[in-house]
Design a protein around this ligand. Sequence first.
Ligand code: NDP
Ligand code: 8G0
Length: 452
Amino acid sequence: MANLAPEPEFQQAVNEITVTLEPFLAKHPEYRKALEVVQIPERILQFRVTWEKDDGSLAVNRGYRVQFNSALGPYKGGLRLHPTVNLSILKFLGFEQIFKNALTGLMMGGGKGGSDFDPKGKTDNEIRKFCYAFMQELSRHIGADTDVPAGDIGTGGREIGFMFGAYKKYRNEFVGVLTGKGANWGGSFIRPEATGYGLVYYVTEMLRDLDSTDWKNKRVLISGAGNVAQYAALKVIQLGGIVLSLSDSTGTLLASDPQGFFAADIADIAQIKLERKSLTAFSGAGKYTWHEGKRPWTLVKEADVALPSATQNEVSGEEAKALLKAGVRYIAEGSNMGCTQEAIDVFEDSRKSITSLQETKGICYYAPGKAANCGGVAVSGLEMAQNSQRLKWTPEEVDAKLKEIMINCYNTCRHTAIEYAEGGVVPSLVAGANIAGFVKVANAMKDQGDWW
Ligand code: NDP
Ligand code: 8G0
């Protein structure tokens, strides 16, 4: 084994795949070669980004694009702008993206990129200068049929607009090279909503399957207050559920009202986040309590569903136990790798412990991000399809396609788990997602001569 720099997040993602693939690999040992090959990115780009601050001084950041796998289509995945960005994080995100994109059923490869640039405390003018400088280099390496980036943490519609404008100037092409574009200049309807809505559609299938129930009066803990969390919360409310919490990197807001969060308050929070401010800037008129520096998972005595939607490793093993104790029966990741391996073990052990569907009390049914949050990239795939045809589908058409993709994804995870993963009355969605995504990609790689 080569002596490589430690990459803890990437190693965590590879380990999870390796362990959950084992039942499949035991039956089909020839695929072990594919697992070895698929772990190495096809290409990694690293570059310098210098940009000018408002006071005229120079700032410099690291820019990256991990072009991980193109067996199923052009590299596809977001751009993260956050001070914690490094190659371990982008490799884990790019690796997960390969299998997630396969699970959408659309033709997209996997990639991820970004920069250690911190949008907080920057002016809109500085953000624009950074985006142009970042795209000056990235524009040489991407293209509508090569690599199609999008937003992610710290990169929303405003940043995608600046990056698209920069690409167009540097390359003199108006093409679908980025997704998450404005709805009036090439973007798809429902792309902003897609990840949060898709997450809720996925959990709808879990609720139906395990308990023949729906969202009505379900008490839902949500972390994060960004794109994914906001739209997940709005969809839960629309379907009759009760949103108990939202959070950010500074703390958690808990609803004091039995009705939970109000949609109008989520709109106010969206505006605060657009201005890159902390949730402490939200007044809430006495309807909420603030828990400084806390995550939501240990703050309530009872809940039914948990939707981590902020960042990786945001649920620890101890917090997973607290969720089980609070009666949480469903956990689905809006964030990528939202749960630590210890947390996944707690949920998966609870699933394995039962022997009949009559005694499912006390289990927590877990859905991994690469399945539950694939709605975002799926609608990005639909945006690419619309761009290629130079036409536009209605919001209703896109929403219907998103729903169908999430239902198919759930069924694929479930059926693959039943076919390959170790028994258990309730299937392992994490094993099902990993096996189904991997087999699809590995087969395409074999056909294309990537392994033999
Ligand atoms: P946003 O930037 O819109 O929001 C991120 C939210 O998470 C903010 O509330 C932010 O808090 C919080 N957060 C970010 N980093 C940390 C951290 N290190 N510790 C605590 N809180 C943190 O991002 P998105 O909503 O787009 O993304 C959220 C997650 O969902 C990410 O894991 C992303 O990869 C994943 N995802 C996103 C998709 C999309 O379409 N956008 C698709 C699929 C997955 P603060 O405001 O204080 O920084
Ligand atoms: O649309 C995308 O390619 C995209 C953007 C942000 C995050 C993700 C993801 O699936 O994690 C995809």
